[in-house]
Structure formats: structure tokens, C-alpha cells
Ligand binder design. Structure first.
Ligand code: UGA
Length: 435
């Protein structure tokens, strides 16, 4: 088996490396020659634990290669995966399919023999059919099928998610295409992973529905957390108390400053848009999008209230900027709303993030960038935890206290225990728990 992976962004690179680990020959293609040069030099352009080793091992084994030449990668490949970017279009928030369409056309021009063209990028319902039409219009003689194979990887845990997924969804009912994809995922059959074959449109909608449902879960627990604060309840006990019901499940019930990242914000907005366009609005998702946007902005108000209603002339130390730990990804990170709002309220802000500083500098300005957690703290009036990196879980509280003007913390990820923080002398506030 040989496949071509078009696009070496997050999904393309992880999927390409993992398929090669399964024993398939994989050629990854990208138009960006500087990206390909870096990959050829053994450099991984994204931060994902374990990916560097996986890429190096499979390159050394001769199963994984990188090129800017789409034609040689696609000619004779059993399957071609389209994993190019689908950014949110400015204005209406709908996914921008320019790169997908372009890839479909270029693939059509050069493919040889029977080829399965697989959309791996998250694409609106109907895109698979459109890709098929583009290929047919470009090459009326082409022998191909189009399938959808959405990705359910989480950043920071992507390799494990690929190698041991809860399920694989494949959107094609064409027997020849199913056979090729079944062969590609053979190692997962051996570990009894459920593999679901559906129609193209169903598979496309499964991806959006999964992300939207998880976003609903997070938003639900965030609103319950707010209510907990009003009535003196503990949101973690509520989450456990409901989550032990197998119909609800315990995961994705951790409260925080609102979901961010490259997927949930983009996919919820796109789903809401498609649904409205089709005359069947998904109002729960529209509401979730609105609540989450407001929540991110509202987290600065929580800090202001904690500091007695004003940040004028005060210093705020911020730990964590990325949308979640173990990534350098700043896309739609809550910090992008929170930090400027702290500045606008009159605070001087010092920030630290273990991996995200470089990316953060592109979207956050007018702050003091620090080299480590403790450097943010001298004379700070309050310490705010925005992202739950492991290294923030075990801070030396004595040292924190001695550095800050007064021991005060707003923990937006609930990584500390309120009773312990009170004992340590901190004016401590978290999300949805009695202080
Ligand atoms: C998400 C999905 O979890 C993946 O299954 C999916 O494949 C991926 O999007 C995608 O569509 O590509 P990811 O964005 O990497 O993965 O990150 P998550 O771990 O799901 O976290 C998303 C956001 O939700 C983060 O901001 C996180 O802090 C927040 N979150 C998550 C919570 O606030 N509470 C939770 O309980 C869980």
C-alpha cells in the first residue's frame, strides 16, 4: 500500500506519520517548501509529544518521505488523503474550502489507476460530493471514489488517539474504497477498534456533531460552575455525581475559562452556519458559541472582582497562554481575550507559558514576557492561571508568597485545592467551588 498525504499541518503530519508506523508507505506533500525543507532536515514544525521520534523512525525505515511535488506522490497511490487547512472564512465563520478544492483539482490532474481520494480535513457536509465533482470535471476518465475519514485526534495526545482510537469513521459505501481503507486501518482491526462505514454526508456530519457535542458538554458544566459559585456547591462533585451515570459520562465535564483551540470554536461556528443555511438551525450549538465567547471575555471580570473591583495600577502575573497544555497552539485561546482585558482594566501584566510564547507574541502584545513561572511574580497583586500546564501544579507556594505583593490567586483551571490554598494563606478563587 502507498498513500499520499496532501498537507503537512497538524492533522496531515500526525496521520501521515502514524499510517507509516502502521507499515504503509506514506509520501507527505506540502506546497510550502520551507516546511518540507525543515521536515527533510528532521525538524518538526509543530509541538506534539512523541511526533519527532515517530517521524525520525519511519523516515529511517524508508516508509515516510516529504516532498513539494504532488504529482510524484499521487501517481500510483492507492489512496490520497486531503488534509489541507480549512480556516474560518472572515465574515460568516464558514469553513474556507479554497485549499480543498485546489488539492482536488491537482490530484485529479495526475492520478493514475484506481485511487481513493479521502477528505481528512474537517469539511462541511457536502464537500466530499463536491470533491468528486471537481475530479470528474477535471478528468472525466478517472477511476476513483471519494471517501470521508474524519480525524478525532486531540492535540497533545494525538499519537495515542490515532493508534488507539475509540472508533474510526469511514464515509463511503463503495466496496473498492472500503477495501483500501480497511487495509490501511488493518492494525486497528487487530485491537478490535470499532470501524464504522457510513455514507459520505453522514461521516462529515459525525465529525461536526462530535465536536459540537463535546463543546456543549463543556459549556454546560461551565454554566453549572457559575451557578455553584452562587449557591455554595462544588462543581467537581456535581460533575462526578452526574458523570458516573454511564449515559452522561465523566469526560469533558471539567470547568474552565471556556473552550478554545483550532477545532471547537471553528467547528461549532461552521455547524451552526450550515444548519441555518439548510433551514434546520441547531440552536443549542448557536447558544453554546455565544456563551463560550462571552465566557472567555468574562474571565477578566472575575479577576477584577477578585481584586476588589479595580486593576488600576496593579500587577497581574499570568501563567499559561496556550488553549490547553502540551501544545504551542494559541488559536482561539482564552488568553487572547483575557490578557488584553486585564491590560484595558489598567493592570501591568507579566506572562509565562512553557511552549506558547513564540506563538503568543503574534496575538498578544503590551505585556512583559517572562522566562519562567516565578519571573512573572515579583510584586504581583494577583496570580492568574489560565492554562493547566503540569509545571504549574507544583509551584513552591512559599516562594510564590515571598515574591508577590500579597498571596492572591485566581485559578481558572482548578489545579489547586481551595482548603490547602487557604491554609497556605492565599486569597484563592477558582471556578465553581467554594473558596
Ligand atoms: C478536539 C477534540 O477533542 C478532538 O476529538 C478532535 O479531533 C479535535 O478537536 C479536532 O477536531 O481536530 P483539541 O482541540 O485538540 O481536540 O482539544 P481538547 O482536548 O478537546 O480541548 C479543547 C478545548 O476544550 C480546550 O480549550 C480545553 O481546555 C477545553 N476543555 C476540554 C475544557 O474546558 N473542559 C474539558 O473538560 C475538556
Amino acid at each position: 500500500m502507498r498513500i499520499a498525504m496532501i498537507g503537512t499541518g497538524y492533522v496531515g503530519l500526525v496521520s501521515g506519520a502514524c499510517f507509516s508506523e502502521f507499515g504503509t508507505d506514506v509520501v507527505c506533500v506540502d506546497k510550502d517548501s520551507s516546511k518540507i525543507d525543515r521536515l527533510l532536515a528532521g525538524e518538526i514544525p509543530i509541538f506534539e509529544p512523541g511526533l519527532d521520534k515517530l517521524v525520525a523512525n519511519n523516515v529511517a525505515a524508508g516508509r515516510l518521505s516529504f516532498t513539494t511535488d504532488l504529482a510524484t506522490a499521487v501517481k500510483g497511490a492507492d489512496a490520497v488523503f486531503i488534509a489541507v487547512g480549512t480556516p474560518s472564512r472572515a465574515g460568516d465563520g464558514q469553513a474556507d474550502l479554497t485549499f480543498v478544492r485546489q488539492a482536488a483539482k491537482e490530484v485529479a490532474e495526475v492520478m493514475e489507476g484506481y485511487t481513493v481520494v479521502v477528505t481528512k480535513s474537517t469539511v462541511p457536509v457536502g464537500t466530499g460530493r463536491e470533491v468528486a465533482e471537481i475530479i470528474r470535471a477535471t478528468r472525466p476518465d478517472a477511476d476513483f471514489d471519494v471517501a470521508s475519514n474524519p480525524e478525532f485526534l486531540r492535540e497533545g495526545a494525538a499519537i495515542n488517539d490515532f493508534m488507539r482510537p475509540d472508533r474510526v469513521v469511514i464515509g463511503t459505501l463503495e466496496p473498492r474504497a472500503q477495501e483500501v481503507l480497511r487495509e490501511l486501518y488493518r492494525p486497528l482491526y487487530l485491537i478490535e477498534t470499532p470501524i464504522i462505514f457510513t455514507q459520505l454526508e453522514t461521516s462529515e456530519l459525525i465529525k461536526y456533531s462530535a465536536n459540537a457535542f463535546l463543546a456543549v458538554k463543556i459549556t454546560f458544566i461551565n454554566e453549572i460552575a457559575d451557578l455553584c459559585e452562587k449557591v455554595g456547591a462544588d462543581v467537581h462533585d456535581v460533575a462526578k455525581g452526574i458523570g458516573l451515570d454511564g449515559r452522561i459520562g465523566r469526560k469533558f465535564l471539567h470547568p474552565g475559562p471556556g473552550y478554545g483551540g483550532s477545532c471547537f470554536p471553528k467547528d461549532t461556528t461552521a455547524l451552526a452556519h450550515t444548519a441555518r443555511e439548510k433551514g434546520s438551525p441547531v440552536r443549542i450549538v448557536e447558544t453554546v458559541v455565544d456563551i463560550n465567547d462571552k465566557r472567555k471575555k468574562g474571565m477578566a471580570d472575575k479577576v477584577i472582582a477578585h481584586c476588589g473591583g479595580s486593576l488600576e495600577g496593579k500587577k497581574v502575573a499570568v501563567l499559561g497562554l496556550t488553549f490547553k497544555p502540551n501544545t504551542d497552539d494559541m488559536r482561539d485561546a482564552p488568553s487572547i481575550d483575557i490578557v488584553p482585558a486585564l491590560r484595558a482594566a489598567g493592570a501591568a501584566v507579566s506572562v509565562y507559558d512553557p511552549e506558547g510564547i513564540e506563538e503568543a507574541k503574534k496575538v498578544i502584545s503590551d505585556v512583559t514576557w517572562c522566562e519562567n513561572a516565578y519571573d512573572t511574580m515579583p510584586d504581583a497583586d494577583v496570580l492568574v492561571i489560565i492554562t493547566e500546564w503540569n509545571e504549574f501544579r507544583g509551584l513552591d507556594l512559599g516562594r510564590v508568597k515571598s515574591l508577590m505583593k500579597a498571596p492572591s490567586m485566581v485559578d481558572l483551571r482548578n489545579i489547586y485545592n481551595p482548603a490547602e490554598m487557604a491554609n497556605a494563606g492565599f486569597d484563592y478563587e477558582s471556578v465553581g467551588r467554594p473558596s
